[in-house]
Ligand binder design. Sequence first.
Ligand code: ADP
Ligand code: MG
Length: 299
Amino acid sequence: MSGFVEKPEPVEVPGLVHVHTGKVRDLYRDENGDLVMVATDRMSAYDWVLPTEIPDKGRILTQLSLWWFDRLTDLVPHHVLSAEPPAGAPADWAGRTLVCRALDMVPVECVARGYLTGSGLAEYEQTRTVCGLALPEGLVDGSELPSPIFTPATKAAVGEHDENVSYEEVARQVSAETAAQLRQTTLAVYGRARDIARDRGIILADTKFEFGFAGEELVLADEVLTPDSSRFWPADEWQPGRPQASFDKQFVRDWLSSPASGWDRNGELPPPELPQDIVERTRAKYVEAYERLTGMSWG
Ligand SMILES: Nc1ncnc2c1ncn2[C@@H]1O[C@H](COP(=O)(O)OP(=O)(O)O)[C@@H](O)[C@H]1O
Ligand SMILES: [Mg+2]
C-alpha cells in the first residue's frame, strides 16, 4: 500500500485553475498560462504521504531551490518567473509559491549520482551496472563513484517507483541530441552543486532534475537540489558499507519503523500521525540543511 493517507483539496483562488496535486506540491495555472507551484508542508516516507505536516518545510525547500537556481544560471536557464504569490492567494502561500514558465516537459527524471546507494546500489548488486553503465567491482552502499554518472529514470505516478532506464532508451524516447544535452547539463549542474555542498560539509550523493523546453531552449524546471529531490549526507558521518543517515527524514523513518509507531510498513494500513518531538526534530533538520548550504539563517 502507498499514496495519500488523506488526499488534500485544492485551494480556490480567483484566476487560478488547479492542475495537479503532487505528493508535496500543488500546481495551478494562472490567467497568463504560467504555472503556479505551491510547496506544501506535506512529507512523504516509505512511499506514503504522511498524515502529519512539517511546519515551514515547503517554505524552506522553496527558498533553497531559489537559492540554487541563482547559482546555476551560467550553466542553464531556469523556469522561475516570480516568487510572489498571485493576488488573492492565501497568506500562507507567501514564501512557498513560485510562478514558473509552463514548459514542454521532457518525460525523463534526470538523475546524477556521485555515490552509490538506493536503486543504483540495488542494480549494481545484480549486474555491476547502473542504468546499463558498467562500474568497478567492490563498491558498497555509500561508495563514491569513480566519476559522477547520469542515471535517468522514467517518471512514475504517485505511489509507484520511478524506473531506471539506459541512456540509449532515453535517446530513443527524446532524440539523441536532447539526450546528450540532458546528460551534459545534469552532470554539469550536479558537479557545481556537489562542490558547493562539499565546502559546507555536506555530501550531495545524488539528485534528480527535470527539464523542459521553451521553444528550442532547454530550461531547468521543477524544484532543484532540495532534500526532497536529493540525498544529502553529513560528510563527517559518511561511512561506506552501511546505509548513510539521511539528512532530513531519518527521525521520521526511524520512528515509523520502530515499535513506538505501532506501524508495519509492509502492512495494509496507512502510517500514523507523527509525535510532536519527531515533527520538531525533523523541522530542525530542514532548517539546518538550509542554513548549512546557504550560509544564511532561517528567519
Ligand atoms: N516549468 C514547468 N512546466 C511544466 N511542468 C512542470 C514545470 N516544472 C515542474 N513541472 C511538473 O510539475 C509537476 C510537479 O509535481 P510534483 O509536486 O513534483 O508531484 P509529483 O509527485 O507528481 O512528481 C511534475 O509533474 C513536474 O514535471
Ligand atoms: Mg515530482
